[in-house]
Design a protein around this ligand. Structure first.
Ligand code: GDP
Length: 294
């Protein structure tokens, strides 16, 4: 992950460090190289421009030209700006209510159901009782998939195979959770291959009816700028609370991780890095920036 970006940034810093004395022109050309590296990593052009303009301003404001080790100062400035770009502080999910309800949204194949299992397992480890809800009324296979995951992690799965109304199913599931002392309800909704109006209306209705404490948007990071655009479309309709980036283990470029926050203005909260239930991490912008800079 981020291999190319790391190599290119490293090269840009090495060139800068190799200069005898640093001039404004050297800084400008380093900044240009950084911008190109970001765009090559599939970062939205506008975002890449904004962040590199900030890096340039910082470099001039913090006197990189006269610094004892300008190269190192430049690395620190880039680290700070990348951290900021990805959201600054780590943002946790809000588990509030009795039961607390977490609603999952996203396209089919994004890794939503797998994430539902991972999140349930994560919450269970915090000694909270969890109920997983299969709310995909179009694909019976999705219900079975969730049941298999539930069994694997020891979490009960609520499903109504005959009911085709996701609003009713989620309301009934919350009622069931209340009666059966489940403190957190995770609702896995239907995903489609592309954004469509019916799907949006359906999930909007579910959100309105159940008022979740947390609505998450799950997206495949390997789809790069498409991931960012889909996130924007979902957010316009759903006003979600956070993003889950999946398949980061297969994402060589990292464009979605770098630009989703700036474009959508919602934090990435979790990253998924594999198919196994344990492959889930909270998203730490500073650690990610560190990883990029090697
Ligand atoms: P859904 O249609 O959104 O519910 O997607 P699924 O949860 O069924 O996931 C689609 C495919 O992606 C499955 O084969 C998962 O095993 C796989 N998958 C999910 N998350 C990850 C991940 O973080 N890394 C990798 N490599 N595969 C993943």
């Amino acid at each position: 992950m981020f291999d190319n970006l790391s190599t290119k940034l490293d090269r840009a810093f090495k060139t800068l460090k190799g200069q005898g004395s640093i001039t404004e022109i050297n800084v400008a050309s380093t900044v240009k190289e950084i911008r190109r590296a970001l765009v090559d990593a599939d970062v939205n052009y506008k975002v890449a421009k904004e962040v590199t303009d900030k890096i340039k301003d910082e470099a001039m404001g913090r006197d990189v030209l006269t610094a004892v080790s300008p190269g190192q100062l430049m690395v620190k400035i880039v680290y700070d700006e990348l951290t900021e770009l990805m959201g600054g502080e780590k943002k946790d999910i809000l588990i509030k209510g009795d039961p607390a309800v977490v609603l999952l949204s996203g396209l089919q194949g994004s890794g939503k159901t797998t994430f539902a299992g991972k999140l349930a397992s994560y919450i269970k480890k915090q000694n909270r009782t969890v109920l997983l809800v299969a709310c995909d009324v179009y694909r019976p296979a999705a219900i079975d998939q969730l049941k298999v995951l539930g069994e694997q992690i020891g979490v009960e799965v609520y499903a109504e195979t005959e009911n085709k109304n996701p609003v009713e199913i989620s309301q009934n599931a919350i009622e069931y959770a209340r009666k059966n002392n489940k403190k957190v309800v995770i609702i896995d909704t239907a995903g489609r291959l592309a954004v469509d109006e019916q799907m949006m209306r359906e999930i909007e209705a579910v959100k309105k009816a159940i008022n979740p404490s947390e609505t998450l948007f799950v997206v495949d990071s390997m789809t790069g700028q498409d991931a960012v655009n889909t996130a924007k479309t979902f957010n316009d309709r759903l006003n979600f609370d956070g993003v889950v980036l999946t398949k980061l283990d297969g994402d060589a470029r990292g464009g979605a991780a770098l630009s989703i926050r700036a474009v959508v203005e919602k934090p990435i909260k979790f990253i998924s890095t594999g198919e196994k239930m344990e492959a889930l991490d909270l998203f730490y912008p500073d650690r990610m920036a560190q990883r990029i800079l090697g």
